[in-house]
Ligand binder design. Structure first.
Ligand SMILES: Nc1ncnc2c1ncn2[C@@H]1O[C@H](COP(=O)(O)OP(=O)(O)O)[C@@H](O)[C@H]1O
Ligand SMILES: [Mg+2]
Length: 179
C-alpha cells in the first residue's frame, strides 16, 4: 500500500535512464528473496537513442516483475531463468521480461493485474499487489503492459513506455549519428 500512495503522490521525474543500473539496483533489492540466487537473469539492450523517463518508477516496475519470476520459479526446472530485453526507439521503449517459471493459467491471465489477485493455490506469502502496482505505474507513465503465459512453461511481461526525450535533444542526436 505504501508503494501505491507513494507512486500516486510523487511527481513524475524525467532523466536519462541507465537500464543496466536499474536492473542492478533491482537485483540488489531482491537479493534476499528465497530463490533469488537460483534465477539466472540475462539482459540485452538495443538502440542508440537516449531514453528518458522516471528512473524510480522504472525500478518499481523491475522490482515487482523480477520478484515474481524469483517467487514463481518451476521447482522441476533445472535452469530457472529470466531474459530481459529492452529496445529503445525515438518514441518509446519496449521492455520484455520472459521467465520459464510455473506460468499462469489462461483463465487467470486477465486477472493478474487486479488489486489483491493471487492465483489460488500458489505461494501464500504475497499481497497480490505487485502487478496492480505495475499496472498503475504504467498507466501513470502513459504506457501499456501485457502478459502472455503458458502453464508450466513460463510467462512474458511486455511493457511499452514512451520515450520522454526532449525533441531538441532528439533532433541534435539524430543529426549527430547520421554524420
Ligand atoms: N512470473 C510469474 N509466473 C507465474 N505466475 C505469476 C508471475 N507473476 C505473477 N504471477 C501470478 O499473478 C499473481 C499476482 O501477482 P502479484 O500481483 O505480483 O502478487 P503476489 O506476488 O503478491 O502474489 C501471483 O499470485 C501469481 O499467481
Ligand atoms: Mg508479486
Amino acid at each position: 500500500m505504501i508503494n501505491i500512495t507513494r507512486s500516486g503522490r510523487l511527481k513524475v521525474q524525467n532523466s536519462e535512464i541507465d537500464f543496466k543500473s536499474v536492473l542492478n539496483e533491482s537485483l540488489h533489492n531482491l537479493r534476499n528473496l528465497e530463490g533469488a540466487h537460483k534465477l539466472k537473469v540475462s539482459f540485452t539492450i538495443e538502440g542508440i537513442i537516449p531514453y528518458f523517463n522516471d528512473q524510480k518508477q522504472l525500478l518499481v516496475l523491475f522490482n515487482n516483475i523480477i520478484s515474481n519470476s524469483i517467487k514463481f520459479q518451476h521447482s522441476h526446472e533445472m535452469n530457472p531463468q529470466m531474459a530481459i530485453g529492452i529496445q529503445v526507439g525515438a518514441t518509446e521503449a519496449l521492455m520484455s521480461f520472459k521467465d520459464n517459471g510455473i506460468g499462469i493459467a489462461k483463465e487467470n491471465l486477465n486477472k493478474v493485474f487486479d488489486m489483491f489477485f493471487k492465483t489460488p493455490g500458489t505461494k501464500a506469502d504475497g499481497s497480490g499487489l505487485g502487478l496492480y502496482i505495475v499496472r498503475e505505474v504504467v498507466k501513470k507513465l502513459k504506457g501499456k503492459v501485457s502478459v502472455e503465459s503458458k502453464i508450466n512453461e513460463g510467462s512474458t511481461f511486455v511493457i511499452h513506455l514512451p520515450n520522454k526525450i526532449d525533441p531538441d535533444l532528439l533532433r541534435k542526436f539524430s543529426k549527430l549519428v547520421q554524420i
